[in-house]
Design a protein around this ligand. Structure first.
Ligand SMILES: [Zn+2]
Length: 115
């Protein structure tokens, strides 16, 4: 895939991710207020526990999408974006326009949803 197109999809993916994690960060902000503390150190045990709890509050569905977005972004960097991760056939651009984080072709996706 051409570099400009990859870049376009990357921007779309980042936008999607921002929208998904936006809610998460809003939660984090209100959690900071709730606990009356800043979150200075991500290695801090309490912070980790809190993040986990908030992460769970995003919901499984969004988390799945988030994971797919991360994987699609990796594929943009490492190559293979726009190809099905399962059968390696090209994913139609019309599909990527709608779902830029699609990493499977329609056929494989349907197969997986059936299983
Ligand atoms: Zn496939």
């Amino acid at each position: 895939m051409e570099k400009e197109k990859l870049e376009k999809y990357r921007q779309m993916l980042l936008e999607y991710r921002k929208r998904l994690t936006g809610d998460y960060e809003k939660n984090l902000d209100s959690a900071n207020e709730e606990f009356g503390m800043e979150v200075p150190d991500i290695n801090d045990e309490a912070t980790r526990t809190m993040s986990r709890r908030l992460l769970m509050s995003i919901g499984d569905k969004s988390l799945d999408t988030l994971r797919q977005i991360e994987e699609a972004l990796e594929r943009i960097d490492d190559g293979g974006y726009g190809e099905c991760a399962e059968c390696e056939s090209p994913i139609p651009e019309g599909r990527l326009e709608l779902i830029p984080f699609a990493i499977f072709c329609v056929r494989c996706q349907e197969q997986m949803e059936k299983d």
